[in-house]
Design a protein around this ligand. Structure first.
Ligand code: UDP
Length: 482
């Protein structure tokens, strides 16, 4: 490896919703310009899908992967410790391993990017003389919310969800109290304190990379950049470099699932999946099964066994699979839908499925990676938010951009019944409303491609980011030589 190449390290926090976009960012950097990229992975090693991706990362091998020695945090958490707290503790405990891994590298990295849960590693970047950036694999709207949350913490009295007015973020779209991120649901939980610190840390780097693009979020991006209040919070540059997502690189042999899709008519199948971790209650799984059957549409459904402790309970494990035909699936469901539907356990090749011409809709939990994969495959959605910032994402999809329908109730609060599910599926797949959404999503796909093409806004932003990183690196080097 040429030792003069700019070397960028990306520190990736646990969870496939972080590892996948971090790998995608690494690949994009390595193809955008001839830079060396090393992904430092803090892994839990408990998810088979994660181990698989680490063994064989998708696409051509453009980046190096180094696993940080695993940490045991079992003595620091209990059964009630929320996901964000666990993630922050894992990263904190892994920091000595991050430091020693970087110190031991023959060709040390020049630039540091930490994903949204890795900003506590900024002092290590400073120690090694690296410019430091945070990568947010989500929206500018979410970035505005989290960076402004330390101020909301002072301004808002009582729980955010109990507010009667939308939360105001100067220069940005207001946020409905019921749409706040999970970490803001309980101000007394440690997760909230971690989140507020995280919001402050975002602003302590040399810039914020966001997986969005100018045409998708002009208001939030403008708000982040220009508004004097926000500007006082986010002093560093904001880099919308997206939409970055996996490219569909089918494996040599077609899987049975793809062979089945090949036999279905164009845009006739709805794909149902709740991301790497989403789980439903047993009652909701039953209603969803009935709803799919009532819709009379073809489907592929990725299922995991029901949750007991919340929609993100499988975050570190990817959940467990169904055993036979469990009693939460309506009796005879699998037999009755044998010809029209596929039920897949735990994990499916989502990108390959979404980009197949037979897919006509996506019932999604609204993880940002899934949304980008759907938009860039021109697939309209049913927005079914479960955790994290997904309620914000669902609102943006259904009410602002108009590429999704959503249930009348919040799926984490109430069960969405079978009639409504059946109707939403038919709306997306068959009705005029679905056709309008399909046209809009096609336009968005074009706008996404334009942003990424040479000379497009995200392409240019990536050039500016690299220039900024090199400039900062030079000044750090010259300062250290004085
Ligand atoms: N994914 C997949 N197969 C599955 C479930 C998820 O390939 O069965 C991928 C999906 O394509 C996306 C990522 O896992 O790239 C999930 O990220 P997202 O932000 O959508 O949701 P999260 O899992 O972080 O909630």
């Amino acid at each position: 490896m040429d030792s003069r190449k700019l070397h960028i390290a990306i520190l990736s926090s646990p969870g496939l919703g972080h590892l996948i976009p971090d790998l995608v960012l690494g690949n994009r950097l390595a193809t955008h310009r001839d830079v060396k990229v090393t992904i430092l992975v803090i892994t839990t090693s408990s998810s088979p899908a994660e181990s698989q991706i680490l063994k064989a990362p998708f696409g051509p091998k453009l980046v190096d992967i180094l696993e940080i020695p695993p940490v045991d945090i079992s003595h620091l958490i209990d059964a009630n410790t929320k996901v964000v707290t666990q993630l922050r503790i894992m990263v904190r405990e892994a920091l000595p391993g991050v430091r020693s891994t970087i110190a031991g590298m023959e060709h040390r990295p020049d630039v540091f990017i930490g994903d949204l849960f890795c900003t506590e590693a900024f002092p290590i970047a400073i120690e090694f003389g690296m410019p430091k950036y945070v990568y947010v694999p989500s929206t500018a709207w979410f970035t505005a919310l989290i960076t402004y949350s330390p101020l909301l913490h002072e301004e808002v009295v009582g729980e955010y969800v109990d507010q009667t007015e939308p939360l105001k973020i100067p220069g940005c779209k207001p946020i409905r109290p019921e749409d706040v991120v999970d970490s803001m649901l309980d101000r007394n939980d440690q997760q909230y304190r971690e989140y507020i610190r995280q919001g402050t840390e975002f602003t302590l780097g040399d810039g914020i990379l966001i997986n969005t693009w100018e045409d998708l979020e002009p208001i939030s991006l403008e708000g982040l950049r220009k508004n004097k209040y926000l500007h006082a919070v986010v002093k560093s540059p904001v880099y919308p470099i997206g939409p970055l997502r996996r490219v569909n690189e089918p494996a040599g042999q077609k899987s049975d699932l793809i062979k089945w899709l090949d036999m279905q008519p164009s845009k006739s199948v709805i794909f149902v999946s709740f991301g790497s971790a989403g789980t439903l209650s047993a009652q909701q799984i039953t209603e969803l099964a009935w709803g799919l059957e009532l819709s009379k549409q073809r489907f592929i459904w990725v299922v995991r066994s029901p949750s007991k402790n919340g929609a993100d309970e499988s975050f570190f494990t990817s959940g467990s699979s169904l055993d036979g035909e469990p009693d939460y699936l309506p009796e005879g469901f699998l037999t009755r839908t044998e010809k029209t539907g596929l039920v897949i356990q735990l994990w499916a090749q989502q990108m390959e499925i979404l980009s197949h011409p037979a897919i006509g809709g996506f019932l999604s939990h609204c993880g940002w990676n899934s949304i980008l994969e759907s938009i860039t495959s021109s697939v309209p959605m049913i927005a079914w938010p479960l955790y994290s910032e997904q309620r914000l994402n669902a609102t943006m999809l259904a009410e602002e951009i108009g590429v999704a329908v959503r249930p009348k109730v919040l799926p984490t609060k109430k069960v969405v019944d079978r009639e409504e599910i059946g109707k939403m599926v038919r709306t997306v797949m068959e009705y005029k409303e679905g056709k309008v959404m399909r046209d809009k999503v096609k336009q968005l796909k074009i706008s996404a491609e334009n942003a990424l093409n040479m000379g497009g806004s995200s392409y240019n932003t990536m050039c500016n980011f690299l220039k900024d990183a090199e400039m900062r690196l030079r000044s750090l080097k010259s300062a250290s030589q004085k």
